[in-house]
Design a protein around this ligand. Structure first.
Ligand SMILES: C[S@@+](CC[C@H](N)C(=O)[O-])C[C@H]1O[C@@H](n2cnc3c(N)ncnc32)[C@H](O)[C@@H]1O
Ligand SMILES: [Zn+2]
Length: 294
């Protein structure tokens, strides 16, 4: 795979195109955004933030980096690669955004895939810690701190959007997708991490991951279900898995303590990798308040 950092960014203050200079991005309106030493750009103005330090914390990002780096979700990354490249011809050129990229695992895996294609990569996350970790690990993409609610990319500039265990904003996704562009969405299936949930919610065994609702104004073109048993050895691995899911915040102190006593646990991985095409224009959509974490 040949990869090039995505260039068609827009200014978060006046939506004019941003031009790349050696250490910053500038718009014709005179706004300028420095590229940090680690290689990412902060494009989330303070007036667009709902909290001082939005998104995943530094500790959650570190847990996800260790867990994904161990290869536990590689079959999911491979399914994402298949979905991105499905139906493309040799030599295809695709602009691809990971919307809520976390610490960048899935874009790095995509960049490393064995395929005859050129990808223009953009990784975006609302967590500064996530984007900083992504930029430090690889310069394969343009890495920006921003929100899915206001994607700093030109309208109709993207062929693929990945939203992996994320927070989709469908109207914004339709705006930045080219006609015929695809949304690839990964969500937890009903059995995902069932054993972990059963340990945490001992008295609510019926707590099943919600099946994701069909996105408005997108038509589903197909879905691959990735299911396997994942044996995890050692309390560190289990603690990392818990820390990167929303279950961490919902788990009681006792439940976390019980998990930390376990030396091993085999969990079910059950995820849906679905591909959607935008049909007509998007409509203003509400942000979901939570998503099942990876
Ligand atoms: C469950 S994590 C998944 C991260 C990554 N996609 C993965 O699977 O490794 C959800 C991510 O969405 C980010 N996030 C939350 N709200 C967001 C928003 N409004 N716009 C962009 N990213 C957001 C969080 O900071 C976090 O990194
Ligand atoms: Zn500007």
């Amino acid at each position: 795979m040949k990869v090039v950092p995505f260039q068609r960014l827009t200014c978060p203050l006046d939506q004019q195109p941003l031009g790349a200079e050696p250490a910053r991005w500038v718009c014709a309106g005179g706004h300028s955004f420095d590229i940090a030493g680690s290689g990412y750009t902060h494009l989330l103005p303070v007036q667009h933030k709902r909290s001082r330090d939005p998104g995943d914390s530094k500790a959650m990002v570190a847990a996800r980096r260790r867990f994904l780096g161990a290869g536990h979700y590689r079959p999911v990354a491979e399914a994402v690669q298949r979905a991105v490249l499905a139906g493309t011809e040799d030599g295809a050129e695709l602009a691809c955004l990971d919307a809520g990229c976390g610490e960048g695992y899935y874009l790095r895996e995509l960049a490393a895939a064995d395929a005859d294609a050129t990808l223009h990569l953009l990784g975006l996350d609302i967590s500064k810690w996530a984007v900083q970790a992504a930029a430090r690990q690889d310069a394969c993409a343009t890495w920006v701190v921003a929100s899915n609610a206001r994607i700093p990319a030109q309208s109709a500039s993207l062929d693929r959007i990945l939203c992996l265990f994320g927070f989709p904003v469908y109207a914004e996704f339709s705006r930045v997708l080219k006609p015929g562009g695809l949304l690839i969405k990964v969500d937890a299936g009903a059995g995902h991490l069932r054993e972990l949930r059963e340990l945490i919610y001992a008295r609510e065994k019926s707590t099943a991951a919600r099946e994701a609702a069909l996105p408005p104004h997108f038509a589903c073109l197909g879905e691959e279900r990735v299911q396997y048993a994942l044996p995890l050895e050692g309390s560190d691995n289990l603690a990392d898995l818990l820390a990167m899911t929303p279950h961490y915040h919902r788990a009681s102190v006792e439940a976390r303590e019980a998990l930390s006593q376990r030396a091993s646990l085999t969990v079910s991985v059950d995820v849906r990798v679905a591909t959607y095409r935008a049909i007509g224009g998007g409509r203003p959509g509400a942000m979901p308040q939570s998503a099942e974490g990876g």
